[in-house]
Design a protein around this ligand. Structure first.
Ligand SMILES: [Cu+2]
Length: 435
């Protein structure tokens, strides 16, 4: 008999049947979670920790006769990707991704979806087990929601997990314009180690030609704006944790086309769940990069043992850059002086770039069209950070007064890479001129 059953059994013996029955039913983890947990993890660990949605929001609800009632409004609005770039997006309740829907296993949930888009829409509950008629697939499971109309979805939260919601009408257009969101269902009684910091991040990609406002819904592979919860670095908020806290990062991907290998520096994490369900502890392995395919979620967990500022980013190099033209010939290694001189006769300020690589372009203040952001670059504590897009920072500190951005990490003496001295090179027998 494990400890939980022992406690439940002994409280039943006390005879106060109402209290004992209530305690027993509340204390039981879901059968699915319990079935795959290691014996040592089967003890409930208390209430779920609150969700943290960097740069985002949680959808409010009201309870009517025991049912959690939500209202999503599909609509068009201006959305700021980063300072200097505002797009005309489609999403929910003025946001893309839409606000996170948060519920608890066993809840009865009613979601009204009002369509204020110029064309029909429907909303699909990705990963949730629902009756077919509530699945939200236009034409297959329901008629489309015409502009101006409101549909009602009745859902039972049959299992806990990290799920999503998105348009399932004119998917190419509506998803490319941002009609997506996360849907988190907490376990009724969490089991396993308690999570202290429970982050929710939705990955997305956009094709936005510099100087334009409307994402190109027809793009198939030339995505030039990559976002975490709708923001491109440097607008992405850091993930802040205190040393020793257990951190969960829930990642969802409803971008149009690309899978994203999300890499975290300084740590190895475990992938603990997908939108298919939790992964038994005995089946997990450790990673530093988690691939989040389109149409999937991944939960990763770590204990924040290492203080510092740790980069977390997509490892596809074009996904940590902001707007750029991908159809420019490369000039790395080329001697362009003769061509530059010829062109400068008609374009006096002309300067070709990139002959020594493209790192310089981060620090260079190039004139941009209105409503465009530079390809990359933001000031960091040691110079320019030459990344943009799908990039953020996990900031772990020994002491924190709040979870607001604690600023940049100040490395203790002796823990910062610096230029080697002549003496050091000589003492270790390293000759920089050697071939
Ligand atoms: Cu990526």
């Amino acid at each position: 008999m494990d400890r939980r059953r022992f406690l439940v059994g002994s409280s039943a013996l006390l005879g106060s049947s109402a209290v004992a029955t209530g305690a027993a039913s509340q204390a039981r983890p879901s059968p699915e979670a319990e079935a795959i947990a290691e014996p040592a993890q089967r003890v409930p660990t208390g209430a779920p920790s609150p969700l943290i949605v960097p740069n985002g929001a949680i959808l409010p609800h009201r309870v009517v006769d025991g049912v959690k009632v939500f209202h999503l409004v599909a609509e068009e609005f201006d959305h700021e990707i980063a300072s200097g770039l505002v797009i005309r997006a489609w999403g929910f309740n003025g946001r893309t991704p839409g606000p996170v829907i948060e519920a608890v296993e066993g809840d009865r949930v009613r979601i009204y979806v009002t369509n204020r888009l110029p064309e029909p829409t429907v909303t699909h509950w990705h990963g949730l087990f629902v009756p077919t008629g509530m699945d939200g697939v236009s034409g297959l499971t329901q008629p489309p929601i015409e502009p101006g109309r409101t549909f009602r979805y009745e859902l039972e939260m049959r299992r806990a997990g990290t799920f999503m919601y998105h348009s399932h009408y004119d998917e190419m257009t509506q998803i490319a314009l941002g009609a997506v969101g996360m849907f988190i269902v907490h376990p009724r009684r969490p089991i396993g180690p308690r999570i202290d910091r429970d982050f929710v991040l939705m990955l997305h990609e956009w094709s936005i030609h510099p100087g334009t406002r409307r994402p190109n819904a027809l793009a198939m592979n030339d995505f030039n704006v990559l976002t975490l919860n709708g923001k491109a670095y440097p607008a992405t908020a850091p993930l802040v944790a205190r040393r020793g806290e257990r951190v969960r990062i829930r990642l969802g991907n409803l971008g149009p086309m690309d899978h994203h290998p999300i890499h975290l520096h300084g740590y190895a994490f475990e992938i603990t769940a997908t939108d298919g369900g939790p992964i038994a502890p005995s089946a997990r392995w450790r990673e530093t990069t988690v691939l989040v395919p389109v149409g999937s979620t991944r939960d990763v967990e770590l204990v924040a043992t290492e203080v510092g500022d740790w980069a977390m980013h997509c490892h596809m190099t074009h996904h940590i850059m902001n707007q750029m033209g991908h159809d420019t010939p490369t000039t790395i290694g080329a001697d362009t002086r003769a061509a530059d001189a010829l062109i400068a006769r008609t374009v006096p300020d002309y300067m070709s770039m990139g002959q020594r690589g493209m790192g310089d372009m981060a620090a260079m203040q190039m004139p941009l069209p209105d409503n465009a952001i530079s390809m990359r670059s933001a000031p960091g504590p040691h110079g320019t950070i030459d990344m943009g897009g799908m990039f953020t920072v996990l900031k772990v500190r020994e002491e924190l007064e709040s979870y607001d951005d604690p600023g940049w990490w100040e490395p203790p003496p002796g823990t910062l890479a610096r230029e080697a001295t002549e003496d050091e090179l000589r003492a270790d027998g390293v000759d920089p001129a050697a071939r």
